[in-house]
Ligand binder design. Sequence first.
Ligand SMILES: [Zn+2]
Length: 584
Amino acid sequence: MSRIPKETIDNLRDSVNIVELINEYIPNLRRVGKDYTALCPFHSEKAPSFYISPSKNIFHCFGCKAGGDVFKFVMLYDNISYPEAIKKLASRAGIIIKEIDEEIPADKKDVLEILSATVKFYHKYLLESEKASFARSYLEKRGINKDTIERFQLGYAPEGNDFLNQSRKKYSQELLQKSGLIAVSERNGKPYDFMRDRIVFPIYDFSGNPIAFGGRTLKKDVQPLYLNTPDSMLYSKSRSLYGLFQAKSGISKTKKVIILEGYMDVLMCHQYGLDNAVAPLGTSLTADQLKFIKRFIEMALLIFDSDDSGREAAVRAGELCLENDIFCKIVSLPEKMDPDEYLIHNGREAFDKLVLTGVNPVEFKAYLFTLKNDISTPENKSKFIKNALETIAKVKDQVFRHEMIKFISQKLEIDESLIISELRKVSFKKKIGFQDKSANPTAVVSTIRSLEEEIICLCVQNPELIKMVNLEIFNDERCSHIFPLLNQLNKGVPFAALADTLDEDAAKWFMQLAFETGKHNSPKQQMETLLRDINAQQNEKRRKELEKEVIPMLDGKIKSDPVKIEEWTKLGTILKGSGGHLTK
Ligand SMILES: [Zn+2]
């Protein structure tokens, strides 16, 4: 394993002109003031909302919110990893990248070795041991063939402490515990095999190293049915996906991922040539898992069990996709059927046809609702809208969001504007910045910024103004976090390098702010106005808070507090002086 020094990355980023780079991919960039614009290559659109800032060396799409530096552009466009993007741009610039060899901690190396050896041990046991014959026939009965057993290195963990007894000759107990394969009994302090008497499913990382095991018991009286080795220095359950390593090329070929519920479903899909199938590991899907696969896919297909809990899980997973800006389709299976059973009984062709019937999460919710309710009554219409808007509020892509509003409007025969105004209420409650795209065709104009964001934006454009602003004025956490960092711009740190120090969501938000929305003839004057407005806004807020107490005081309903009354009166005078009350 090796690492590219940060300095090299920063220098390389600086040396690439983002306008020239993107122009190689999308010709016909159009100049708008200091920036360039084009139709976004990452979502389909008719009017350009994709912007490039040569001065900050970044790009941002106001439609799909894709954005970042030169590396990010190449990653997204060419569908490659961060290190690959660095290497690609380096070779384009004729620079040779020196990688620093990073020592893998000795522990880690040993744990990797133990896990690899254990995969072989369990696998051999499954194939050869007399004691695993019932496991072999179980897999055969479930329709899992030899190739699949081989490809996924399925195994069997014997009863008792066979594994421990074998491996303690070679490894220390501490290391074995670190690998997650040995646990220590709370009752008597003795070590024992974590996986015993179970079919085991090795879990691999993206590079193909085994990092953990899932295990299924075949005994009726043993709980739980499925068991995972615990999180370790190599393995995090909420970040890993079963089958991802084997699905890697299938996913990048089809740009789609099939997300299923269980190990058996994944195995069966691969066996039937659907080699882009994965599953979370015995828990519900997580944002981390989605963020990881997002870069490789255009669409996620969610195929969960057809019972109530499976449907609920599908809705949750679908919403999580929308929140992470991933298009997805939920595929419904016939009642009481798992994906693997469906494949066995109906074959690949029928499965492919079934996948085509997949619907997006909003449509799926509508379908579930109509299964149990008559949608034509006013009560149910209202109930359904609330239910659907919960999901629509999570949609990041504005075009898609608008389409969903249209869908509901047509389904219920209700005016779109009414649904939009209801959505605003939901979005406001959820503090998701709702931007009314339909009323404002140009996305840039519709990007409403708070006063605090305007101030940050102005500081980014004119770093010399930073000293006019006091950190205390910020209530928005994102603003108060970024503001102290802005001074680095005065010290010559390039904007893109500064954005690179933030986490992904913060960086996106920050880059969006970096694009000017209006022309200011005098930035200093503009800043003074903003500071005055924000001060007035905060005074107004404080006065309203005080008013709740002061009015009852003046009415003699509660005990009078002269200090509060005076502050309230003073604020009133100040606000009048500053041009009347603000009604923002
Ligand atoms: Zn876009």
